[in-house]
Design a protein around this ligand. Structure first.
Ligand code: PEP
Ligand code: MG
Length: 568
């Protein structure tokens, strides 16, 4: 038996076999070619193989997503049949290039000339070229990648990292847990694991040296331990922990239909966060009172073209209908940072979390922003939708975003389109500057939702995705406690609703304090809804308020922790 240590980021215990998920990024170099004919044959068979793969992908996508979405694979195939592309590659091979180098050369020259044209359609084609040429190159080089969607046996995924596009395609039924080398409590791997309700451990060093694939392991999402080929004693001990954990989870079920109300009658709301419309089932299963964060950027990821207005409309409508009249806070596109969207063809940045991101992109690319706002407003008539802008850092930014929203409303009005005119409009408070002017911002919107994942990262200057500095990612820092109180105070004073949709909302050590500060709504991962509700129901306002006032006087993180955990 071998024990590895990582950071437990999603609770639970998993027993299963390891599935290694490794993405290959081949280095493409020019090689001396002796046999041009052999290179041409290699290219031709890779071309045929790529076409076959695209046909299969098209068929699968048609069944799962419908013909319109599947169209992207036809577009890719057409590119492989483009005479200019194919002949260009052949010519380069004939002049002495190796096949993979010839593909890269021609693809790069297409991308370079397309990049000079400032046109939405052309930008999307760049993403197609990248995608298709990568496929072709991997086929030439004989690189076979396993996809998470192909998994048919139960397993625990071991990967360097899991990006949103990796997890979007995965077979959730079969995946029992995640282990990754990089990441922190609020990175994508952790959030997705918590949404599905499976254990996850991040920060395991040298992941590809530790596992060979197929070995039995035990994953402890509480402590971050991983046991390879566990001995009998360890297996028995973990069986017991797992049974107890599942019993506890079953006991929580009685809170599914309950109101969230303290023992002395003070009401709160527990909402859930989702990343796509498929997650709604986890929300309703757990009896959340609404959706406090719909991370719509996931609709934009894992595809090479932007979603159309109608496509988005259908998705928002289906979520709203599934939630009946319960509120659904739809956050506008929060791409950038650790979330990439191929279709936007964004360039790499030195500091992506502080760069071209979220509302900054939307105010720059009004075409994308307006399309999304139109879709939300139109879908709004099918339920109780609210709009939320991410990454607001100044009042000007908020006013600009609201101007675009008004512009879109006027356009819809002039088209006589049906839409939700009085939709509530709120903002995320996740940037320190917004927190400090929350009194001003509160006068200009209907609600706040505190994004602690980013707020802590920016406030304490600790990269939320970097496992090397996770010890410094410390919500107990008195600075965080003070700023949270300040934001909630300002929101309530202005008479608006204040929620929290960052991961801190589901941290049970903070629940009483947040109730004491007066937070109205906790938006947590679907798997944390019941526990959060139970903790609120078991608390009472007097104790919560005392905790809230004591913690504000704390002089260190340790003192904060003591007060929150032990009330002293
Ligand atoms: C946050 O920053 O707390 C948040 C909820 O947004 P995201 O994790 O999507 O950045
Ligand atoms: Mg955020």
């Amino acid at each position: 038996m071998l024990k590895l240590n990582g950071i437990g980021v999603s609770e639970g215990i998993a027993f299963s076999k390891v599935f290694i998920y490794k993405k290959e990024n081949p280095e493409i170099v020019k090689k001396a070619v002796k046999d041009t004919e052999a290179e041409l044959t290699k290219f031709k068979s890779a071309l045929d193989e790529s076409e076959e793969q695209l046909d299969l992908l098209y068929k699968k996508a048609c069944e799962e997503l419908g013909e319109e979405d599947a169209g992207i694979f036809t577009a890719h195939k057409m590119f492989l049949e483009d005479p200019e592309f194919v002949l260009g590659i052949r010519e380069n091979i004939n002049s002495g290039d190796n096949a993979e180098f010839a593909v890269k050369k021609v693809a790069d020259s297409f991308i370079e000339s397309f990049s000079l044209i400032d046109d939405e359609y052309i930008r999307e084609r760049i993403a197609d070229i990248k995608d298709v040429s990568e496929r072709l190159i991997k086929n030439i080089m004989g690189i076979k990648e396993k996809s998470l969607s192909d998994i048919e046996e139960e397993c625990i995924i071991a990967a360097y990292d899991l990006t949103p596009s990796d997890t979007a395609a995965m077979n959730k039924e079969k995946i029992k847990g995640f282990i990754t080398q990089i990441g922190g409590k609020t990175s994508h791997t952790s959030i997705i694991a918590k949404t599905i309700g499976i254990p996850a451990v991040v920060g395991v060093d040298d992941i590809f040296k530790r596992f060979k694939g197929g070995e039995n392991i035990i994953l402890d999402g509480f402590s971050g331990s991983v046991f390879i080929s566990p001995d009998e004693d360890t297996a028995v001990k973990y069986m017991e922990i797992s049974v107890n954990y599942n019993n506890e989870k079953n006991k929580l079920k009685k809170y599914t239909e309950r109101e969230t109300v303290t023992s002395d009658g003070k009401k709160y709301k527990v909402f859930a966060n989702i990343a796509n419309h498929h997650d709604v089932s986890y929300v309703t299963e757990n009896g959340a009172e609404g959706i406090g964060l719909f991370r719509t950027e996931f609709i934009f990821m894992d595809r090479s073209s932007l979603p159309t207005e109608d496509e988005q409309f259908e998705i928002y409508k289906s979520v709203l209908e599934s939630m009946a009249e319960k509120p659904v806070i739809i956050r506008t596109l929060d791409i950038g940072g650790d979330k990439e969207a191929q279709a936007l063809n964004l360039s790499k940045e030195a500091n992506p979390f502080m760069g071209y991101r979220a509302i900054r992109i939307c105010l720059d690319r009004k075409d994308i922003f307006k399309t999304q706002l139109r879709a939300i407003l139109r879908a709004g008539v099918y339920g109780n939708a609210e709009i939320m802008f991410p990454m607001i850092s100044s009042v000007e930014e908020l006013l600009k975003a609201k101007d675009v929203l008004n512009e879109v409303k006027n356009e819809l009005k002039s088209e006589n389109a049906e839409f939700s005119e009085n939709i509530k409009t709120g903002i995320m408070i996740e940037v320190p500057s917004a927190a400090l002017i929350s009194d001003i911002l509160a006068k200009n919107c209907d609600f706040f939702s505190i994004g602690t994942n980013d707020l802590i990262q920016y406030f304490t200057a600790v990269d939320r995705t970097n496992e090397k500095v996770q010890d410094l990612y410390n919500p107990y820092n008195p600075a965080i406690i003070r700023i949270l109180n300040y934001i909630i105070f300002n929101g309530l004073k202005a008479g608006i609703t204040v929620g929290m949709c960052g991961e801190l909302a589901s941290d049970e050590n903070f629940t009483d304090m947040l109730c004491g500060f007066g937070l109205n709504e906790f938006s947590v991962n679907p798997s944390s809804v019941l526990k959060t509700r139970r903790n609120i129901c078991l608390s009472n306002s007097k104790d919560n308020e005392k905790k809230a006032s004591d913690v504000l006087k704390a002089q260190s993180s340790d003192e904060v922790k003591n007060i929150l955990k032990n009330g002293m």
